[in-house]
Ligand binder design. Structure first.
Ligand code: HEC
Ligand SMILES: [Cu+2]
Length: 315
């Protein structure tokens, strides 16, 4: 769709859908207002005081068929718009299984980005074109909102809870990134850019970044340094559950509930271990609240996700 000069560029299929819906709704609304105003004028003139226009009862076909006709037509128009809008909105919630996962930490007043291969950036987000990207986001202080106008997506970033948003960019370029939730003095400056690159350029960019270990590797080092390994890698008699294959599985808790071990569960297990006690274990795990930052939790979670029980050989 062609857009006005002051309209943000469209860098994904979803962005074009959003614009179609916006302009479609504007168009439909304008047409209806135009029709109502036109009829108002026509009838106002036709049935003005003293005019000789017929004023008897309406013919039967007008009152029935026209009534049914316009009701059905508007109903279908709006059901169609609802379906179209909802279907495209849902694509920003559910991520494709092969999506590239990128972690975002919002804090007053900057965006910290962690790629799963360990590359970090601040206020800049590099992504490849044509590959589904899933952002997993959390705030270290107040509520922020991650807003990418060129992709028409915006999602609150909350303290204490992961939120996510997904997109597949289809146009290279550098576009704005904003915080869209007032978050204090420098809120207006909490922004940067998203750089959408061709796949090959993206790979080159990744390779050129200062060599860091991937996120899971950094998480493993942290796991040892913070003393998690002392309990969780213990051999023989186990005081703590084995974390191999934990991610995505169902965990039985001491109080009889069963929960799925997703990102949020892992995060809660580290910060509030007394909340969900695993069945068969004593509640001896200390809380790491205040000891680990949100970026470090992303690393620990990445490690637990990737861990498949090879501690003995590599610890
Ligand atoms: C003092 C020993 C100890 C330390 C240190 C410890 N844990 Fe634990 N952890 C436990 C025990 C015991 C449980 C099971 C009871 C519970 O859920 O609190 C557990 C549970 C967990 C679970 C949930 C496991 C499941 O099967 O659902 C995760 C995840 C976890 N710990 C991660 C960590 C991380 C990460 C660290 C380091 C930052 C850590 N633990 C440090 C003893 C420990
Ligand atoms: Cu903010």
């Amino acid at each position: 769709m062609r857009h006005f000069i002051f309209f943000p560029p469209e860098a994904s299929v979803y962005a074009r859908h959003v614009d179609w819906i916006l302009f479609g709704l504007l168009g439909v609304s304008a047409a209806i207002i135009g029709l109502v105003v036109a009829l108002l004028l026509v009838f106002g003139i036709r049935y003005r005081r003293g005019s000789r226009a017929p004023r008897g009862p309406l013919p039967a076909w007008v009152s029935r068929d026209v009534e049914i006709g316009w009701t059905v037509a508007t109903l279908f128009t709006f059901v169609f718009i609802f379906w179209y809008a909802t279907a495209s909105f849902l694509t920003t919630i559910g991520a494709a299984p092969n999506a590239l996962e990128i972690h975002v930490v919002g804090k007053q007043w900057m965006w910290k980005i962690e790629h799963s291969n360990g590359v970090r950036e601040i206020n800049e987000l590099h992504v490849p074109i044509g590959i589904p990207v899933k952002l997993v986001m959390i705030s270290q202080d107040v509520i922020h909102s991650f807003f990418l106008p060129a992709l028409r997506i915006k999602q609150d970033v909350l303290p204490g809870r992961y939120t996510s948003e997904s997109f597949t960019a289809d146009k290279t370029g550098t576009y704005n990134l904003f915080c869209a939730e007032y978050c204090g003095t420098d809120h207006a400056r909490m922004g940067g850019s998203i750089v959408i690159m061709k796949k090959a350029d993206y790979q080159k960019w990744l390779d050129a970044q200062p060599g860091a270990e991937n996120l899971a590797g950094q998480g493993r080092q942290l796991f040892v340094r913070l003393g998690c390994a002392g309990c969780h890698f213990e051999k023989g008699h186990r005081r703590a559950p084995d974390l191999a294959g934990l991610y995505g599985s169902y965990v039985e808790l001491a109080d009889g509930r069963t929960v799925r071990a997703d990102d949020s569960y892992l995060r809660d297990s580290i910060l509030q271990p007394k909340r969900d006690i695993v069945a068969g274990y004593a509640p001896i795990m200390p809380s790491f609240e205040g000891t680990v930052s949100e970026d470090q939790i992303f690393e620990l979670v990445a490690f637990i996700k990737s861990y498949s029980g090879d501690a003995e050989t590599t610890q």
